[in-house]
Design a protein around this ligand. Structure first.
Ligand SMILES: Nc1nc2c(ncn2[C@@H]2O[C@H](COP(=O)(O)OP(=O)(O)OP(=O)(O)O)[C@@H](O)[C@H]2O)c(=O)[nH]1
Ligand SMILES: [Mg+2]
Length: 450
């Protein structure tokens, strides 16, 4: 079946028109949202013909827009010689098809658009696999019984219709097979990532992940902190694949810093599901830097949307997020007055650091706070493991730095492991048959070895 006709089209697409519908009585979208959508279109590599925010009071089930609105859109498409219409909202498969027929152009909704950009951006084998999976899931969710499917039903109509499998069911089955294969391939990717993480942990370098809304400056900050040159650009989804580099703090201790894919409002759930291996880097870190573009007019809404994705991830992976440090980036882009107010707020909070990744302002403070957050919380735990606790012992060896290990006269293992509070609670969570308080003999503050 044809599953990526959006993709096949893209090279021919010259100009796109964009409409941003605000549904019901919601306030019409302002310049910030329009600019974001325009950025997405630019990221797709097509020319922007026009972009309009329009109010849709009563969404039309078959075409979303009313007849008058459709006439206006048709005119604009024609004036701009556009061959693609992007509707920055959710379209049902039927609405999409009807709009395409009515307007005689290719039509894409927000999810389709974001998937498409990810497709263009994916470079690594892993990235491509993740995008492919997201796309198949998207297609699967959009398989509906439409006239095409009825027409293609095998053996005509009536109860003598042959094997009884409609084209729709055949399509579904094919997609399901493909999705199952991709799932297992991606599971392999996740395993590899888990091993890499465990490796990094064994080396003793705590993991600090940069996460946040797309275009907030994560990669720019990453480059500044690591002297790396990962791709950073004024466009959404510049980064798809996570990159890790060691950073030496002023104390000589090392952390492993990870740059990750950015989030966006209404990030398609299929993408979250597919990019799980990548996004998991953030939730599995020892410290999460939530990088925010504090100069953005909708910075608070962006922060909420990031929060949403994190909450969803926590639920799905049954993992609690690590401590979060908010990085209020792009401080240089604020007016002096606002900057003063923000700075005062940041100084009063121990979970906020203000930076400018481009000028370097605040970066030393950030490093100092990272140092404090991470290295003051790791402790050495001396534990007594009974012989039956082999699984717990294996877990500790995989996840923690083991300082020493001995066997006492009764065959119990006396083990000293370095753990953060977070790892300890993770350990307790994974081993509910063990009373962690009982097996801990002693604990003391330590320093990580670099
Ligand atoms: N003025 C200003 N611009 C910045 C700052 N940090 C980053 N930028 C700019 O913001 C844009 C996006 O930066 P990136 O580092 O690519 O952002 P990102 O968060 O990695 O974005 P994605 O990978 O797309 O999620 C680039 O044009 C940067 O030059 C800053 O502190 N001040
Ligand atoms: Mg980036």
């Amino acid at each position: 079946m044809k599953n990526t006709d959006m993709i096949e089209m893209t090279p021919e697409v010259q100009t796109a028109g964009v409409v941003i519908p605000s549904l019901f009585e919601r306030p019409i979208f302002g310049p910030a949202r329009i600019e974001e959508t325009e950025g997405l279109v630019e990221a797709l590599g097509v020319k922007l013909g026009f972009s309009d925010a329009i109010r849709v009071r009563k969404p039309n089930a078959s075409k979303l827009f009313g007849a008058g609105q459709l006439d206006i859109i048709a005119d604009k498409l024609e004036d701009n010689e556009a061959s693609l219409l992007i509707v920055d909202s959710v379209l049902s498969p039927i609405q999409q098809r009807n709009l395409e027929k009515h307007l005689n152009v290719k039509v894409m909704d927000r999810t389709g658009l974001i998937l498409e950009i990810f497709g263009v951006r994916a470079r690594s084998a892993e990235g491509r696999l993740q995008v492919e999976m997201a796309r198949q899931l998207y297609e699967r969710s959009r398989l509906v019984r439409t006239w095409t499917h009825l027409e293609r039903q095998r053996g005509g109509t009536g109860f003598l219709a042959g094997p009884g499998e409609s084209q729709l069911e055949a399509d579904r089955r094919m997609l399901d097979l493909r999705i199952a294969k991709l799932k297992s391939d991606l599971e392999a990717v996740r395993r590899t990532r888990r091993l890499q993480r465990a490796g990094r942990k064994r080396r003793g370098a705590p993991i600090v992940a940069l996460a946040g809304y797309t275009n907030a400056g994560k990669s720019t900050l990453f480059n500044r902190l690591t002297n790396a040159t990962v791709f950073a650009a004024d466009m959404p989804f510049a980064t798809l694949d996570p990159t890790a580099r060691d950073v030496e703090l002023s104390s000589g201790k090392k952390i492993s810093l990870i740059d990750t894919v950015g989030f966006i409002t209404d990030l398609p759930t299929h993408l979250i599901e597919s990019f799980r291996a990548t996004i998991e880097e953030a939730i599995e870190a020892d410290l999460l830097l939530h990088v925010r573009d504090i100069s953005h007019p909708e910075t608070d809404r962006q922060a909420w949307d990031v929060e949403d994705v994190l909450r969803q991830l926590e639920k799905e992976t049954e993992t609690e997020r690590p401590p979060v440090l908010e990085v209020w980036n792009k401080a240089d882009a604020l007016s002096e007055d606002v900057r003063g107010v923000m700075e005062a707020t940041a100084q009063n909070r121990d979970d906020v650091v203000m930076t400018s990744a481009t000028s370097g302002q605040g970066v030393d403070t950030l490093l100092a706070v990272i140092q404090e957050k991470i290295f003051s919380t790791s402790r050495e735990f001396e534990m007594k493991l009974e012989p039956r606790m082999g699984k717990a012992r294996a877990w500790l060896h995989t996840h923690c730095e083991i300082v020493s290990e001995n066997v006492d006269e009764s065959g119990n293992i006396i083990l000293v492991a370095q753990m953060s509070a977070r790892e300890l609670s993770h350990f307790a969570h994974e081993h509910e048959d063990i009373n962690v308080d009982e097996i801990i003999l002693s604990s003391r503050n330590i320093d990580f070895e670099s």
